[in-house]
Design a protein around this ligand. Structure first.
Ligand SMILES: *[C@@H]1O[C@H](CO)[C@@H](O)[C@H](O)[C@H]1NC(C)=O
Ligand SMILES: *[C@@H]1O[C@H](CO)[C@@H](O)[C@H](O)[C@H]1NC(C)=O
Ligand SMILES: *[C@@H]1O[C@H](CO)[C@@H](O)[C@H](O)[C@H]1NC(C)=O
Length: 416
């Protein structure tokens, strides 16, 4: 709307450039007299000093530059479009060869003292250090570019499926509501918005809020709702961790004789720890308590650690000393007092109960031929194998169930 007015004026300029320039100069001369009045640029342009002047503000969101979870900062580039009426500044276009507007330094006329309340840098207020446009019917238009750096409390509980609402809070600094009334008709203009690669803009709104400092001041809070594009994190963090947790389970399927069980479990544990530290590095430290992804990763890390410990027990059961007390204790549990039942067979595998035969027993059938008969309190090799296999099966089921349940709980928690 305003742009078309400008374009029209530019067009007219180009047609009547000779005559118009003189007319524009005349107009500036006319203004010069008004502007010279002492204090002119400090007095609100109202007829009755008791009535407030209405300043319309529109926030044009150009781009969201960054949202820093760690320092809780929201950065965006915006334009503030501010306009108000000053009827004494009007002229008749026909008297001045259709000159529709003039540009003046904003210092020379009255401007509202608007500040951005939640701006972090020292550049909080909108300074009259550039130009503004005055339209022939007395409307004053002031456009200001700003790179905002705002405080915004960022809630990472659902990270990386989180939604954030950040707000641009503007208000007058010295003039109360009885002097300057800020209004906004459009919520936030998005015609010039450039998409961000990390954040999707979901919705915007604005509201009037009484200042916390004084009830005489009303602020406008322009709110910007964004949601994180989680694809990057799903592919680069959650999927690898999910795969690692599946690998943890597969650790139990490695044959004990391969000798790789514990090193495999430790490798998975270390990879998990690397992913965890990668994520934790980029997040604020204080909100970990109910940080869902953190809880999920912690459960995975604990299960990976338990896997290492259990694999050590399994290997110990299998290869340990024949008089090892722990091994005896575990065998007593896992064979439910049936020790010797599987081992008293002179190595004859036909008498081993097929149901509890180790899955991979074929691999070491040859070994079994050379099993020596259990003597007194010594543990038989077959007992060891059966107990180790049972321990492994139980751990495998327990770890798988925990991994599946923790993943599902995480997914439900973040409402994916
Ligand atoms: C507008 O101008 C007239 C004279 O030109 C003056 O009397 C009046 O006070 C001015 N009003 C304002 C609000 O400046
Ligand atoms: C401000 O907004 C109101 C409501 O839309 C409108 O009536 C008024 O003309 C606007 N004022 C200016 C100076 O744009
Ligand atoms: C966006 O919409 C949601 C749901 O309707 C609402 O809860 C939220 O406050 C809105 N955010 C903004 C900035 O308007």
């Amino acid at each position: 709307m305003m742009l078309t007015e400008y374009l029209l004026v530019l067009f007219l300029f180009s047609i009547f450039s000779e005559g118009t320039n003189n007319k524009e100069l005349e107009l500036h001369k006319m203004f010069e007299e008004k502007l010279q009045a002492p204090g002119f640029n400090f007095v609100r342009p109202v007829d009755d000093y008791k009535t407030p002047i209405q300043v319309n503000v529109t926030l044009w969101l150009i781009s969201i530059n960054a949202i820093d979870e760690r320092s809780q900062v929201f950065q965006a580039t915006v334009w503030f479009e501010m306009s108000w009426m000053d009827r004494n500044m009007s002229w008749s276009e026909s008297d001045f060869n259709e000159v529709g507007y003039i540009i003046l330094p904003s210092k020379r006329v009255w401007t509202p003292d608007i500040c951005i309340m939640n701006e972090l840098t020292n550049n909080k207020c909108i300074n009259a250090d550039d130009n503004l446009a005055i339209l022939s019917y007395g409307k004053i238009e002031w456009w200001k570019f700003r790179d905002l750096k705002l405080t915004c409390s960022i809630d990472i509980v659902k990270y990386p499926f989180d939604k954030q609402t950040c707000s641009v809070n503007i208000g007058t600094w010295h003039s109360g509501d009885n002097a300057v009334r800020l209004t906004t008709t459009r919520e936030i203009a998005l015609q010039s918005y450039q998409k961000n690669s990390v954040w999707n803009l979901i919705n915007t709104s604005s509201k009037y809020v009484t200042s916390v400092y004084s009830s005489d001041f009303t602020e406008i809070h322009f709110q910007i709702g964004v949601s994180r594009k989680s694809g990057f994190f799903v592919y680069n963090v959650i999927l690898p961790v999910l795969l690692l947790s599946i690998l943890t389970i597969f650790c139990f399927f490695l044959p004990i004789q391969s000798g790789e069980k514990s090193s495999f479990a430790i490798t998975v544990f270390l990879s998990m720890a690397v992913f965890m530290s990668m994520i934790i590095d980029s997040l604020p430290k204080q909100s970990h308590g109910n940080f869902r992804l953190g809880s999920y990763l912690t459960v995975q890390l604990i299960m990976s650690c338990i896997t290492i410990v259990m694999e050590i027990f399994v290997i110990n059961l299998f290869y340990g000393k024949t008089n090892d007390k722990i091994a005896k204790f575990l065998i007593a549990i896992f064979l439910c007092g049936n020790e010797g039942k599987y081992g008293n067979t002179d190595g004859n595998e036909n008498q081993i109960d097929d149901n509890i035969r180790p899955i991979s027993s074929k691999d070491y059938d040859i070994d079994r031929v050379s099993i020596k008969k259990p003597l007194g309190s010594e543990i038989s090799t077959v007992d060891r194998e059966v107990a180790a296999q049972r321990l492994e099966n139980i751990c495998c089921i327990a770890v798988s169930l925990t991994n599946i349940v923790s993943f599902m709980v995480y997914m439900i928690d973040v409402n994916v």
